[in-house]
Design a binder for this molecule. Structure first.
Ligand SMILES: [Zn+2]
Length: 382
């Protein structure tokens, strides 16, 4: 198979040859008539709790629903994802992981689920940093419990979000890092010293920095500055226009630098559905017409209805970065930080043929995904 287009990173006209992996990328010598589409490596999503009606945190989520959620994400340019499970009782967490691991094996494009992100339950119990996670299931870090999750997940847990405020946190982080797990700091009210201890123990990332926090904080010091200033931490950002104001997103990306910034959607099952009432685990939520997902009866955000192509366009608009930089934050950076094999270099021979062909309207900052390939197989065509 070969395709022609403009390399979205360099602006050069290129031809990509591929089978399951990219076999060659060459400059296009004779440029065909008409406008060429843009080409980029498929987006990599490290935090998605559900999509298009599928709730990954529901142990009984059906194969059909999971399949539909994957196809809906291919249409947004996502090619690899860490399905994300939030705070719950142990049977719910292991049940969801077991269900998703089985779906990954049996669905035709199940391998788009690269692995799992467990966000919680070892987070802050306090209102504010806890976010929309149910308080009654918050508990201290427990390595034995992690091993039971990992068994249910067939060894596919890749990322765990934990709050360093627990005295057990440094030892827990150290133990999981030894097993090849990426540890992320999130939903926390940790002090600077606790964050430092977590980083020394091996944490390398912040989970949706700027969210999962108190509505009011001391101006300094506080846990957002501590994480922003630490060059050993990459950071995920939810660029839906509701979770973070443009000024924060712009400053945070400048503080972290492009290479340490990662776009995540934190999407939940109502994403790509009609506005109305939904249930996420034991929490009643509402998708509002403007696209916010809130805990029913209030304005507390409960994940998002964001698509990754929209997140990329929003980041260009809100943070003032180039399209190439925003694409880096949605492809190579998450692949590198989550150590996703065959996806760390981009459009280069040898990397997996996960490719997005798209158009970008610079005036509206809208991306239109035309075609998506997953390991060389076409999985979306508009
Ligand atoms: Zn969260």
């Amino acid at each position: 198979m070969n395709i022609h287009g403009i390399d979205a990173f360099t602006g050069e006209a290129i031809e990509i040859r591929f089978e399951k992996a990219i076999t060659g990328v060459d400059p296009l010598l004779s440029r065909p008539e008409g406008k060429l589409p843009l080409l980029a490596p498929g987006w990599v999503e490290l935090q998605v709790n559900g999509f298009a009606g599928a709730d990954y945190c529901d142990p009984h989520c059906s194969l059909e629903d999971i399949d539909r959620s994957l196809r809906a994400q291919f249409a947004t340019g996502v090619t690899r994802l860490l399905a994300t499970i939030i705070t719950g009782g142990e049977p719910e967490i292991t049940g969801s992981l077991r269900n998703l691991a089985a779906a990954r094996e049996s669905l035709p494009h199940g391998h788009a689920i690269e692995g799992f992100h467990v966000e919680g339950p070892h987070i802050s119990p306090e209102d504010g940093p806890r976010g929309a996670h149910p308080a009654r299931w918050v508990r201290p870090p427990d390595t034995d419990e992690f091993h039971r999750w990992q068994e249910a997940a067939r060894g596919l847990i890749r990322l765990v979000t934990v709050s360093p405020e627990w005295p057990e946190a440094p030892r827990y982080i150290e133990a999981l890092v030894k097993e090849g797990i990426v540890l992320s700091i999130g939903h926390t009210k940790a002090t600077g010293a606790q964050i430092e201890d977590a980083v020394r123990a091996g944490a390398t990332k912040s989970t949706h920095l700027g969210n999962g926090a108190h509505p009011t904080l001391p101006r300094h010091p506080n846990y957002i500055w501590e994480q922003l200033a630490d060059d050993r931490l990459a950071a995920g950002f939810i660029a839906d226009g509701f979770h973070l104001p443009a000024s924060f997103l712009k400053c945070a990306i400048r503080a972290k630098g492009i290479e340490r910034s990662i776009l995540v959607t934190d999407a939940v099952s109502p994403a790509e559905c009609s506005p109305g009432d939904y249930r996420l685990g034991e929490v009643d939520v509402e998708l509002l017409p403007e696209g916010r997902v809130v805990v029913k009866g209030g304005m507390r955000l409960a994940g998002s209805a964001l698509r990754m192509d929209t997140a990329i366009g929003n980041t260009v608009r809100m943070a003032g970065v180039s399209l190439a930089d925003a694409l880096t934050m949605a492809s190579r950076n998450p692949a590198r930080v989550a150590r996703i094999a065959g996806r760390r270099r981009g459009l280069v021979a040898g990397d997996r043929a996960d490719i997005v062909e798209f158009e970008f309207d610079a005036a509206s900052h809208r991306i239109h995904v035309r075609r998506t390939w997953l390991s060389g197989e076409i999985v979306h065509q508009s």
